[in-house]
Write a new protein. Sequence first.
Lengths: 313, 88
Amino acid sequence: MQALAARFVAVADEVSRLQRDSDAECRFFQGFCEQGHYGGRTKPSNTRQGIYAVTATGAFLASINTRDAGEMAKMLQQALAKFEAMPREQRSGAAPALDPTAIQRFERHFPADGLVLRAYSRDVSRVKATPGWRGSAWNQDHAWFRRAEVASFVPAAELGARVAMPAALLQRFVRAHFVDNVRGQTFAHQPENVVEAALTLTCDALDGDNQMLLLEGKVRIQRSGTWATRGYGPHSEQQLGYDGKLLGAARFDRARGVFTTFQLLAIGERRGATEFNGRDDDFGPAPLAFAFELAPADAPPVAPSMHWVYGWK
Amino acid sequence: MPRMATPAMHALPFALAIGAALAQAEPVPVLDDSTFRTLWLKIVPSEDELAWRRIAWLGTLGEGVVAAQAADKPILLWAMNGHPLACT
């Protein structure tokens, strides 16, 4: 599969924006997606998600939505055969079909000089086994902090110095990233759902410019309202929540003003289900964990999935 | 004449309810210095689970269009509800 994929330029992107909005990138997608596997579909949704093979000029080659490696390989081979049968000018053109720098995506806010974390969520130590992929599911996201925000929660370079992450920053972190998305997408928490949140960073060692930090905290989320607990299902009165303990360690390079390691773990109890998060038969209470680690500098700058919570304009 | 309920009889439904709740509860692992490493390794995905990262995915379709035009290659687009490299 990797050898086949290497014959393509591999791209991952979020389909809702591509099929909804009207910038050049979205129009490019809309120019071929109706020729794909979900073309014309409206039920159970109008999503056009899947895997597409297209040319740089926007010509459709093939598409599929599958987890089957054999089916995927077959689609890619068909696409390559079509691509190679096309003249170069037709398949790639003389110039790029669009200018990505002119498109106003949230990725333009990528805090390259701040803190970019990879966030993971996963069930932990389950007593009740869930069959299939849902039993071992995990999900990921990215959490962003601007450089000035980082400066606001790094303690002084003195043993025992301690700083609490500012409330507004912590609330944003919790609302967008302490969500039960293990098995699928869910919604962000509202400010009032964050009943309690604390995260302190304590300087517990110094080594030249490097400051070793202990991270400790807790989070309590409680939400009630009316929503569906399975896809396209009826709405009813629901509750969800999470009570977790936070613990971690990080190293901050004071000379460069950046974290060079960061590990934060949250272990707690979750309750409830939302429309697309696959908990309709697993409301809990049950253990749920979140882990946050420093993203590599060369990782693609992918925006937090619920970036609207950030309020960055 | 209705039979008088004893305190034990009143407590029975309550005890049964508590018992049922306890039977359903799944214990939350203790998170402290001694368990941190073990729990961390259980939560963060393994190399096998991250095998898809061995493919050099670009994060936006626009970048892919530019790169494919320059390299004269087709685009393989993985487009999901929720960004596949973030949360889907």
